[in-house]
Design a protein around this ligand. Structure first.
Ligand code: CP
Ligand code: NVA
Length: 299
């Protein structure tokens, strides 16, 4: 059987996502004790910082009977210029799967092309599919599903916003993104999502959040954009998710944030630490959903 990679949400069909969530639920709630990763190793290459992605994949591999190797790209030869195809070929002889977090999405595609084992995207500048899988699972848990729901995105049209567009293409829910001019999401992903569902990009946060069932945001300066933080703080004025903005959403709306968060910038403390926030369940669900992903791709 051909190996499967997970580089973006659109690598899975609606049916595959639903099956993945069935397994995630079983792993989360029913004392799942199987060890589909027994004797197997996941290599985790990180060119950027991480708390959630690193810990959830490492713990997840262990709980499934396997192990995970943390490989900082600074410490392995990739950081000294060893070609990605060579790294892919060598790791394929030692381990059973690779998770990679890096800057350029093309590097992850190249790694997947040359690896003979599954490759999982743990975040690139383009997209963060593992996070949005966990977010969708959280929405299913909290609201019963995404059908007929309006999902709002407020802030930067970044890797998270792009992953939401991928999800809207596959699952067809209503997605409204409010981004300042010059910070819109990826054009090709937007065009593709428009064919799959009902997608709107606006500059007006109120328009995105009006009647929304889920309100989502993320940092204004992503990893690698630290030098632009000040300019971005100015560009994103008016895009803070605060209690007044949340009042426009559905009364039962939930607030999601992939974390890490900057209270007082993209979200106020009363929202992220308030009763509508589900960010801790969202973070926990990274573990359950990625365990299901590892079992699906690597077992
Ligand atoms: N949300 C997320 O991916 O967090 P980390 O950067 O801590 O992995
Ligand atoms: N957009 C953020 C997400 C962090 C999980 C970043 O890329 O830094």
């Amino acid at each position: 059987m051909a190996k499967r990679d997970f580089l973006q949400i659109t690598d899975f069909s609606r049916k595959e996502i639903e099956q993945l969530f069935e397994l995630s639920k079983r792993m989360k709630t029913r004392g799942y004790r199987e060890t589909p990763l027994a004797g197997k190793t996941l290599a985790m290459i990180f060119a950027k910082s991480s708390t959630r992605t690193r810990v959830s994949f490492e713990v997840g591999a262990y709980q499934l009977g396997g192990q995970a190797l943390f490989l900082s790209s600074k410490d392995i030869q990739i950081g000294r210029g060893e070609p990605i195809p060579d790294t892919a070929r060598v790791l394929s002889r030692y381990v059973d799967g690779i998770m990679i977090r890096t800057f350029d999405h093309a590097e992850v595609e190249e790694l997947a092309r040359y690896a003979t084992i599954p490759v999982i995207n743990g975040l690139t500048d383009l997209t963060h599919p593992c996070q949005v899988l966990a977010d969708l699972f959280t929405i299913k848990e909290q609201l019963g599903g995404w059908e007929g729901k309006r999902i709002a995105w407020v802030g930067d049209g970044n890797n998270m916003a792009n992953a939401w567009l991928e999800a809207a293409k596959v699952l067809g829910f209503e997605l409204r993104l409010a981004c300042p001019e010059g910070f819109e999401p990826n054009r090709a992903k937007f065009e593709a999502a428009k064919q799959g569902g009902c997608v709107l990009v606006t500059e007006v946060p109120e328009e995105a959040v009006e009647g929304a069932h889920v309100v989502n945001t993320d940092v204004w300066a992503s990893m690698g954009q630290e030098g632009e933080a000040e300019a971005r703080r100015n560009a994103f004025k008016g895009y803070t998710v605060d209690a007044d903005l949340m009042k426009l959403a559905d009364p039962k709306a939930i607030f999601l944030h992939c974390l890490p968060a900057h209270r007082g910038e993209e979200v106020t403390a009363d929202v992220i630490d308030g009763p509508q926030s589900r960010v801790w369940d969202e973070a926990e669900n990274r573990l359950h959903v990625q365990k299901a992903l590892l079992a699906t791709l690597m077992a």
